[in-house]
Write a protein that binds this ligand. Structure first.
Ligand code: ZN
Length: 320
């Protein structure tokens, strides 16, 4: 009896020890995907829509496969590379303006997390006054609808007229390569509920859209691609959409393009122009596909552009 009890006690001690020292399970998740910064008197919240494997090996053009892989190796990356999808919410103090909306349901379970992160950041979709779209690709406009309904029921949808004309004209779909066919369908579906509700306002002229927000013409990735320059109290944020898809490749080699670019020469020229602008004027950049939160500065160092992620600030609204 005594022997048995000792055995039981020993077993219990081992089990208890096991419990106390049990290996913690991996969490496999990140913190909610939002990140705050300020631009003068505006508060800007970067919102992650998710990450997905960016098919570097099949999508990059105007660069050799060998050079692309070497560029990745130079920044300690190798295939497969996770690519971020970021959107940016601007609170001007009187308006909430969302620039791009993520992929919604169109990229599968990797993505479409923007709404969850918007809510985690303290906002409801009903509060968004305006949605500005950089271009009508799925990973930027897919999140403005769900099951055919407007996700942002009180928001006006704005994008360049040139972008709308390209994607909403049936003859362009017929003339485009096959792999873009579903992009046309998605663009039309995205715009439809806002058109039906009378809240669709494409702009013909680039330039000032709102107090402190200008649309800049940035063609090449798509014909009517826009960047948005946010300015307040002398600070500037350039929300540049798809000017860079893979930072590790396109900073050292800005001439590298992607097969989804509607015009590779225009995409190259626009990229060089905006890299020069951001580096020369120390403008903060908000990038759709640079690692979340996609916020940083650019410097030209010995002839090569470099990405400098924004310094982390635990209380961004309190700084000057
Ligand atoms: Zn994109």
């Amino acid at each position: 009896m005594f022997t048995l009890s000792r055995r039981l006690l020993a077993a219990c001690l081992l089990a208890c020890a096991g419990l106390v020292h049990a290996a913690a399970p991996f969490a496999t998740t990140q913190a909610p995907g939002y990140y705050r910064t300020t631009v003068g008197e505006f508060e800007v919240t970067a919102l992650s829509d998710g990450t997905h494997v960016f098919p570097v090996d099949t999508v990059m053009t105007n660069i050799t496969q060998k050079q692309a892989l070497q560029d990745l190796a130079d920044v300690d990356l190798k295939l497969p590379v996770q690519g971020s999808i970021n959107a940016f919410l601007i609170n001007t103090g009187s308006k909430l303006i969302l620039v791009d909306t993520g992929a919604g349901a169109l990229y599968g379970p990797c993505c479409g997390k923007l709404l969850t992160h918007l809510r985690a950041a303290g906002y409801q979709p009903e509060q968004v006054d305006e949605v500005l779209i950089t271009h009508l690709h799925k990973d930027h406009a897919g999140g403005i609808l769900r099951d055919g309904q407007a996700v942002f029921p009180n928001a006006v949808l704005r994008l360049s007229q040139a972008e709308a004309d390209y994607w909403l004209t049936p003859a362009n779909k017929a003339a485009a390569p096959d792999f873009l066919s579903t992009f046309f369908d998605a663009a039309q579906a995205a715009v439809a509920p806002y058109q039906a509700a009378g809240r669709y306002q494409p702009y013909k002229n680039f330039g000032p859209l709102e107090a402190g927000i200008d649309a800049l013409r940035a063609p090449g990735h798509t014909p009517g691609h826009a960047a948005y320059l946010v300015q307040s109290k002398g600070q500037q944020l350039l929300i540049w959409g798809d000017i860079v898809h893979v930072a590790g490749i396109q900073f050292p080699h800005p001439s590298a393009t992607v097969k989804y670019d509607s015009s590779a020469p225009d995409a190259q020229a626009t990229r060089r122009q905006l890299l020069q602008l951001a580096a020369g004027k120390h403008v903060t950049v908000a990038a759709a596909h640079i690692a979340f939160p996609g916020l940083g500065h650019i410097r030209l160092h010995q002839g090569e552009y470099q990405w400098l992620p924004l310094n982390y600030d635990e209380t961004p609204a309190s700084r000057d």
